[in-house]
Design a protein around this ligand. Structure first.
Ligand SMILES: C[S@@+](CC[C@H](N)C(=O)[O-])C[C@H]1O[C@@H](n2cnc3c(N)ncnc32)[C@H](O)[C@@H]1O
Length: 266
């Protein structure tokens, strides 16, 4: 793809999906898009024309850009730390915990939190919000499935029986958990954030974002948390300017808000 074609494709993607490629690591995004467009088996110009005309082609590109791979209890050891060091304390301090799974994909992550909170406090009514850019992933999340055996491979047998129903080889989350999570479409790069969360999970979402975009996002997460609230990030991720963003690193993937961020978030 030439520079001109890349610029035209970026503009077209922004117009059709509101995804701003300028917020992503430029070389990586360029390489990924080059490979993706080449794999579509047509000249770049024909691909542009099809993108404008065929919603299925646009959906495929959106899916490629957002990558919504997820699973229940993804990185199970980190969820163990979340349970023993964060959730068990929070349930003692707050009768109704306010949780946000940002970039929740098919819902496995917010439902994992709902299951854990249900185990800790079966009678309490907590608030769990899941948001994502991808409407197809959100449709699966809202429906509570279907999930594959691979999606629930970290769920032990007893928990699978308690919280899922199997129909024709596919798994669905039970209504008692489904009703505990609300879902909403949201673009983390452009939309406003709610405030007052005790815990925000943003895991495996920012991997292709530029450092500047990540810094702005972390400052916005910091503002959206209550003081002493928690940010739970992916196992391969880190906050390089945690203190400036108002966070203290407490465990491998868990940061606690200590103060307001130093510069104002966009
Ligand atoms: C790899 S999945 C991670 C899902 C889950 N957090 C996990 O760790 O299993 C990344 C998700 O981030 C979402 N995403 C990417 N960019 C986004 C944006 N700008 N706003 C909201 N969601 C976004 C994608 O649609 C995708 O569902």
């Amino acid at each position: 793809m030439t520079d001109l074609e890349f610029a035209a494709l970026s503009a077209c993607i922004h117009k059709l999906t509101k995804i701003d490629l300028g917020c992503y690591k430029p070389q990586q995004m360029r390489r990924r898009l080059d490979n993706f467009v080449a794999s579509q088996g047509m000249p770049v110009r024909s691909y542009f024309a099809l993108l404008e005309r065929d919603p299925r082609v646009l959906d495929k590109l959106r899916g490629f850009l957002t990558i919504n791979v997820s699973e229940f209890f993804r990185d199970a050891d980190q969820f163990d730390i979340l349970r023993s060091h964060v959730l068990s304390d929070l349930v003692g301090q707050t009768p109704s915990i306010n949780v946000w799974s940002a970039g929740c994909s098919i819902g496995a992550e917010p439902y994992t939190v709902a299951i854990m909170l249900n185990e800790l406090t079966p009678k309490a009514s907590h608030r769990i919000l899941g948001t994502d850019l991808d409407s197809q992933a959100l449709a699966t999340a809202r429906a509570g499935g279907p999930y594959s055996a691979a999606d629930i491979r970290n769920v032990n047998k007893a928990m699978a029986m308690k919280y899922f129903t199997m129909v024709d080889g596919q798994w669905w989350i039970k209504e008692s958990i489904r009703e505990k999570v609300q879902f909403r479409q949201q673009n983390l790069l452009t939309d406003r954030f709610e405030q007052g969360f005790d815990l925000i999970l943003c895991r495996n979402v920012v991997i292709y974002f530029s450092e500047e975009t990540k810094a702005t996002l972390n400052e916005k997460f910091s503002r959206a948390l209550k003081t002493d609230g928690w940010l739970f990030i992916g196992g391969a991720e880190g906050l390089f300017h945690a203190a400036e963003q108002g966070f203290e690193r407490r465990f491998a993937s868990l940061y606690q808000k200590r103060a307001a961020p130093m510069r104002s978030a966009a």
